[in-house]
Design a protein around this ligand. Structure first.
Ligand code: CA
Length: 280
Protein backbone atom coordinates (compact mmCIF):
# COMPACT_ATOMS: atom_id res chain seq x y z
CA UNK A 1 0.00 0.00 0.00
CA UNK A 2 2.25 2.72 -1.25
CA UNK A 3 1.93 5.42 -3.84
CA UNK A 4 0.06 7.97 -1.81
CA UNK A 5 0.93 10.10 1.15
CA UNK A 6 -0.65 9.07 4.36
CA UNK A 7 -2.11 11.66 6.70
CA UNK A 8 0.46 12.53 9.34
CA UNK A 9 0.18 10.32 12.37
CA UNK A 10 -2.25 7.94 10.73
CA UNK A 11 0.36 5.31 10.11
CA UNK A 12 -0.23 3.30 13.23
CA UNK A 13 -3.86 2.72 12.42
CA UNK A 14 -3.24 1.84 8.83
CA UNK A 15 -2.56 -1.85 9.00
CA UNK A 16 -5.05 -3.82 6.96
CA UNK A 17 -7.96 -5.15 8.94
CA UNK A 18 -10.49 -5.62 6.21
CA UNK A 19 -10.09 -9.09 4.85
CA UNK A 20 -8.39 -9.26 1.49
CA UNK A 21 -11.06 -11.53 0.12
CA UNK A 22 -13.71 -8.95 0.91
CA UNK A 23 -14.98 -11.16 3.71
CA UNK A 24 -15.92 -10.05 7.14
CA UNK A 25 -13.64 -7.42 8.57
CA UNK A 26 -12.43 -8.60 11.90
CA UNK A 27 -10.63 -7.38 14.95
CA UNK A 28 -11.78 -3.83 14.98
CA UNK A 29 -15.27 -2.52 14.89
CA UNK A 30 -15.67 0.87 13.22
CA UNK A 31 -16.72 2.53 16.46
CA UNK A 32 -13.49 1.44 18.08
CA UNK A 33 -11.41 2.90 15.31
CA UNK A 34 -8.27 4.47 16.62
CA UNK A 35 -7.77 6.89 13.78
CA UNK A 36 -9.50 9.67 15.70
CA UNK A 37 -6.76 9.79 18.26
CA UNK A 38 -4.03 9.52 15.68
CA UNK A 39 -5.22 12.54 13.72
CA UNK A 40 -3.67 15.88 14.35
CA UNK A 41 -5.74 18.07 16.66
CA UNK A 42 -7.65 20.58 14.60
CA UNK A 43 -9.06 22.81 17.24
CA UNK A 44 -9.18 25.82 14.97
CA UNK A 45 -11.23 24.14 12.30
CA UNK A 46 -14.96 23.70 12.37
CA UNK A 47 -15.98 20.08 12.91
CA UNK A 48 -17.16 19.72 9.34
CA UNK A 49 -15.80 16.20 9.22
CA UNK A 50 -17.36 15.04 12.45
CA UNK A 51 -21.03 15.89 12.15
CA UNK A 52 -21.93 13.69 15.09
CA UNK A 53 -20.47 16.32 17.36
CA UNK A 54 -23.36 18.57 16.56
CA UNK A 55 -26.77 17.04 16.31
CA UNK A 56 -28.43 20.19 14.98
CA UNK A 57 -26.14 20.46 12.04
CA UNK A 58 -27.17 18.57 8.92
CA UNK A 59 -24.99 15.49 8.69
CA UNK A 60 -22.32 15.22 6.04
CA UNK A 61 -23.73 12.99 3.32
CA UNK A 62 -21.68 10.16 1.94
CA UNK A 63 -22.65 8.01 -1.02
CA UNK A 64 -21.12 4.55 -1.21
CA UNK A 65 -21.13 3.00 -4.68
CA UNK A 66 -20.14 -0.58 -4.07
CA UNK A 67 -21.61 -3.81 -5.39
CA UNK A 68 -20.07 -6.09 -2.82
CA UNK A 69 -22.76 -6.33 -0.17
CA UNK A 70 -20.49 -7.12 2.76
CA UNK A 71 -18.10 -4.28 2.09
CA UNK A 72 -20.95 -1.85 1.47
CA UNK A 73 -22.69 -2.86 4.70
CA UNK A 74 -19.47 -2.60 6.66
CA UNK A 75 -18.69 0.86 5.34
CA UNK A 76 -22.25 1.99 5.82
CA UNK A 77 -22.26 0.86 9.44
CA UNK A 78 -18.88 2.37 10.22
CA UNK A 79 -19.59 5.72 8.63
CA UNK A 80 -23.05 5.94 10.19
CA UNK A 81 -21.51 5.30 13.57
CA UNK A 82 -19.04 8.05 12.87
CA UNK A 83 -21.92 10.46 12.33
CA UNK A 84 -22.25 10.52 8.56
CA UNK A 85 -25.51 10.20 6.69
CA UNK A 86 -24.87 7.30 4.35
CA UNK A 87 -26.57 5.94 1.26
CA UNK A 88 -25.52 2.94 -0.78
CA UNK A 89 -25.82 2.31 -4.49
CA UNK A 90 -25.03 -1.18 -5.69
CA UNK A 91 -24.27 -0.51 -9.34
CA UNK A 92 -22.62 2.23 -11.36
CA UNK A 93 -25.76 3.45 -13.03
CA UNK A 94 -27.70 3.94 -9.84
CA UNK A 95 -24.64 5.47 -8.20
CA UNK A 96 -24.21 8.00 -10.98
CA UNK A 97 -27.88 8.89 -10.89
CA UNK A 98 -27.84 9.44 -7.11
CA UNK A 99 -24.56 11.34 -7.14
CA UNK A 100 -25.72 13.69 -9.89
CA UNK A 101 -29.17 14.40 -8.52
CA UNK A 102 -28.72 14.48 -4.77
CA UNK A 103 -26.54 16.75 -2.65
CA UNK A 104 -23.80 14.47 -1.39
CA UNK A 105 -20.63 15.78 0.21
CA UNK A 106 -18.47 12.81 -0.69
CA UNK A 107 -18.57 9.66 -2.82
CA UNK A 108 -16.79 6.38 -2.13
CA UNK A 109 -16.56 4.72 -5.50
CA UNK A 110 -15.67 1.13 -6.24
CA UNK A 111 -13.99 0.56 -9.59
CA UNK A 112 -15.35 -2.83 -10.61
CA UNK A 113 -19.09 -2.29 -10.75
CA UNK A 114 -21.99 -3.75 -12.69
CA UNK A 115 -23.67 -1.66 -15.42
CA UNK A 116 -21.14 1.19 -15.36
CA UNK A 117 -17.61 0.80 -14.04
CA UNK A 118 -16.13 3.28 -11.60
CA UNK A 119 -14.04 5.08 -14.24
CA UNK A 120 -17.09 5.76 -16.38
CA UNK A 121 -19.12 6.88 -13.38
CA UNK A 122 -16.30 9.23 -12.48
CA UNK A 123 -16.02 10.70 -15.96
CA UNK A 124 -19.76 11.44 -16.15
CA UNK A 125 -19.80 12.73 -12.61
CA UNK A 126 -17.05 15.24 -13.32
CA UNK A 127 -19.22 16.75 -16.03
CA UNK A 128 -22.13 17.46 -13.73
CA UNK A 129 -20.64 17.76 -10.26
CA UNK A 130 -17.12 19.06 -10.70
CA UNK A 131 -16.47 19.76 -7.03
CA UNK A 132 -17.90 16.61 -5.51
CA UNK A 133 -15.03 14.83 -3.78
CA UNK A 134 -14.56 11.18 -4.72
CA UNK A 135 -12.43 8.49 -3.13
CA UNK A 136 -11.84 5.41 -5.26
CA UNK A 137 -12.01 2.06 -3.52
CA UNK A 138 -10.60 -0.79 -5.44
CA UNK A 139 -9.08 -4.22 -5.21
CA UNK A 140 -6.93 -3.46 -8.20
CA UNK A 141 -3.44 -2.66 -7.26
CA UNK A 142 -1.49 -1.90 -10.40
CA UNK A 143 0.51 1.30 -10.61
CA UNK A 144 -1.32 2.39 -13.76
CA UNK A 145 -4.68 2.16 -12.03
CA UNK A 146 -3.43 4.04 -9.07
CA UNK A 147 -2.16 6.86 -11.22
CA UNK A 148 -5.39 6.95 -13.17
CA UNK A 149 -7.38 6.96 -9.94
CA UNK A 150 -5.48 9.86 -8.53
CA UNK A 151 -5.81 11.88 -11.71
CA UNK A 152 -9.56 11.58 -11.64
CA UNK A 153 -10.39 11.34 -7.98
CA UNK A 154 -9.46 13.12 -4.78
CA UNK A 155 -7.99 10.05 -3.19
CA UNK A 156 -7.54 6.36 -3.78
CA UNK A 157 -7.66 3.46 -1.41
CA UNK A 158 -6.59 -0.06 -2.30
CA UNK A 159 -8.45 -2.95 -0.75
CA UNK A 160 -7.84 -4.34 1.76
CA UNK A 161 -7.81 -1.33 4.00
CA UNK A 162 -8.57 -0.70 7.65
CA UNK A 163 -11.71 1.24 8.41
CA UNK A 164 -9.61 3.69 10.42
CA UNK A 165 -7.56 4.34 7.29
CA UNK A 166 -10.69 5.02 5.27
CA UNK A 167 -12.06 7.32 7.95
CA UNK A 168 -8.81 9.28 8.01
CA UNK A 169 -8.99 9.70 4.22
CA UNK A 170 -12.64 10.69 4.31
CA UNK A 171 -11.90 13.37 6.89
CA UNK A 172 -8.85 14.59 5.08
CA UNK A 173 -10.65 14.86 1.73
CA UNK A 174 -13.59 16.66 3.34
CA UNK A 175 -11.26 19.08 5.07
CA UNK A 176 -9.34 19.77 1.90
CA UNK A 177 -12.55 20.26 0.01
CA UNK A 178 -14.06 22.53 2.65
CA UNK A 179 -11.14 24.86 2.19
CA UNK A 180 -10.99 24.55 -1.55
CA UNK A 181 -13.43 27.15 -2.85
CA UNK A 182 -11.49 30.35 -2.44
CA UNK A 183 -13.56 32.35 -4.84
CA UNK A 184 -17.29 31.76 -4.97
CA UNK A 185 -19.44 33.20 -7.75
CA UNK A 186 -23.21 33.34 -7.74
CA UNK A 187 -24.62 35.43 -10.56
CA UNK A 188 -22.73 38.74 -10.45
CA UNK A 189 -21.82 38.21 -6.79
CA UNK A 190 -18.21 37.33 -6.12
CA UNK A 191 -17.00 36.27 -2.70
CA UNK A 192 -13.26 36.05 -2.24
CA UNK A 193 -12.88 33.92 0.85
CA UNK A 194 -9.13 34.35 1.11
CA UNK A 195 -9.02 38.13 0.77
CA UNK A 196 -12.30 38.49 2.66
CA UNK A 197 -13.79 40.63 -0.04
CA UNK A 198 -17.14 40.54 -1.72
CA UNK A 199 -18.44 42.39 -4.75
CA UNK A 200 -21.46 42.57 -6.97
CA UNK A 201 -21.20 43.52 -10.60
CA UNK A 202 -17.65 44.60 -9.85
CA UNK A 203 -18.66 46.95 -7.02
CA UNK A 204 -16.97 46.14 -3.75
CA UNK A 205 -19.42 45.59 -0.89
CA UNK A 206 -18.50 47.09 2.46
CA UNK A 207 -19.33 44.43 5.01
CA UNK A 208 -18.64 43.85 8.68
CA UNK A 209 -16.76 40.62 9.47
CA UNK A 210 -20.00 38.92 10.58
CA UNK A 211 -21.79 40.07 7.46
CA UNK A 212 -18.99 38.73 5.35
CA UNK A 213 -19.11 35.40 7.16
CA UNK A 214 -22.86 35.20 6.68
CA UNK A 215 -22.63 36.10 3.01
CA UNK A 216 -19.82 33.68 2.29
CA UNK A 217 -21.69 30.87 4.02
CA UNK A 218 -24.85 31.56 2.01
CA UNK A 219 -22.82 31.85 -1.20
CA UNK A 220 -20.76 28.72 -0.61
CA UNK A 221 -23.93 26.76 -0.06
CA UNK A 222 -25.87 28.54 -2.76
CA UNK A 223 -29.17 26.90 -3.60
CA UNK A 224 -29.39 25.24 -0.21
CA UNK A 225 -31.89 26.56 2.31
CA UNK A 226 -29.99 27.34 5.51
CA UNK A 227 -32.04 27.38 8.67
CA UNK A 228 -31.64 30.06 11.30
CA UNK A 229 -30.22 27.35 13.55
CA UNK A 230 -27.47 26.54 11.08
CA UNK A 231 -26.69 30.21 10.49
CA UNK A 232 -26.60 30.87 14.23
CA UNK A 233 -24.15 28.05 14.74
CA UNK A 234 -21.95 28.73 11.77
CA UNK A 235 -21.74 32.49 11.97
CA UNK A 236 -22.31 33.30 15.64
CA UNK A 237 -21.33 30.00 17.17
CA UNK A 238 -24.51 29.93 19.21
CA UNK A 239 -27.18 27.27 19.64
CA UNK A 240 -30.71 27.40 18.32
CA UNK A 241 -32.20 28.17 21.70
CA UNK A 242 -30.77 31.65 21.37
CA UNK A 243 -33.13 34.28 20.04
CA UNK A 244 -32.95 33.81 16.29
CA UNK A 245 -34.11 37.38 15.79
CA UNK A 246 -30.42 38.21 15.65
CA UNK A 247 -30.26 36.26 12.37
CA UNK A 248 -33.19 38.10 10.80
CA UNK A 249 -31.71 41.46 11.72
CA UNK A 250 -28.34 40.46 10.32
CA UNK A 251 -29.86 39.16 7.09
CA UNK A 252 -31.85 42.39 6.70
CA UNK A 253 -28.66 44.44 7.06
CA UNK A 254 -26.84 42.17 4.65
CA UNK A 255 -29.63 42.51 2.10
CA UNK A 256 -29.47 46.27 2.34
CA UNK A 257 -25.91 46.04 1.09
CA UNK A 258 -25.99 43.00 -1.18
CA UNK A 259 -29.45 43.19 -2.76
CA UNK A 260 -31.06 46.60 -2.33
CA UNK A 261 -28.78 48.48 -4.73
CA UNK A 262 -29.27 45.84 -7.43
CA UNK A 263 -32.21 44.82 -9.50
CA UNK A 264 -31.63 41.09 -9.20
CA UNK A 265 -32.16 39.82 -5.66
CA UNK A 266 -30.00 36.96 -4.50
CA UNK A 267 -30.98 36.39 -0.87
CA UNK A 268 -34.41 34.82 -0.51
CA UNK A 269 -36.50 34.05 2.56
CA UNK A 270 -38.02 30.60 2.70
CA UNK A 271 -40.92 30.89 5.09
CA UNK A 272 -40.62 28.76 8.16
CA UNK A 273 -37.31 27.34 6.96
CA UNK A 274 -34.60 29.92 6.60
CA UNK A 275 -32.68 31.65 3.86
CA UNK A 276 -31.21 30.72 0.52
CA UNK A 277 -28.86 32.60 -1.74
CA UNK A 278 -29.34 31.88 -5.42
CA UNK A 279 -30.07 33.36 -8.82
CA UNK A 280 -33.74 33.03 -9.66
CA1 CA B 1 -16.84 -4.32 -7.06
Amino acid sequence: MIGYSRPPGAGKAATGHVAANGGSPVGESPSESRSCSSERPLATLRPIDSPAMNADRPATRVLIIEDEAKTAAYLEKGLSESGYAVEVATDGEEGLRLASTSAFDLVLLDVMLPRLDGWTVMEHLREVRKDLPVIFLTARDSVADRVRGLELADDYLVKPFAFSELLARVRSVLRRNARAPELVRVGDLEVDVVRQRASRAGQVLTLTPKEFLLLSLLARRSGEVLSRTVLAQEVWDIGFETDTNIIDVAVRRLRAKVDDPFEEKLIHTIRGMGYVLEVR
